[in-house]
Design a protein around this ligand. Sequence first.
Ligand code: SF4
Ligand code: SF4
Length: 107
Amino acid sequence: MDGFKCRRCGACCRIKNGIVRVGDAEISRIAAFLSVPEADFIERETEIAPDRAGLVLRSRPDGACVYLDEEKGCLIHPVKPDKCASFPFEWTNADSHEVCPALGAEK
Ligand code: SF4
Ligand code: SF4
């Protein structure tokens, strides 16, 4: 993954049916960053994961993450969940090269 250059297109934040799990540490740091009580953050911006094993960030009806701003990008960038921060350096999946134009350019 040397030389990977993110184009900040946000395509990886708009994957329909994509999920971003958030654990206790991520919930704490995002809530602190947003200056909201953790319980409020959980109530408003997360939902039960499809497999019912924990929580995921809520998505908008079009599938985009609630924290994706079309102009500013990720609104919680400094504290974004580990899954977001580690893509594509630590993980990719079968669809990643279709989704991410910067990965496609690496082929
Ligand atoms: S938290 Fe940020 S980086 Fe992660 S999916 Fe949402 S907008 Fe994208
Ligand atoms: S899809 Fe790839 S290039 Fe676009 S924001 Fe995500 S990591 Fe960056």
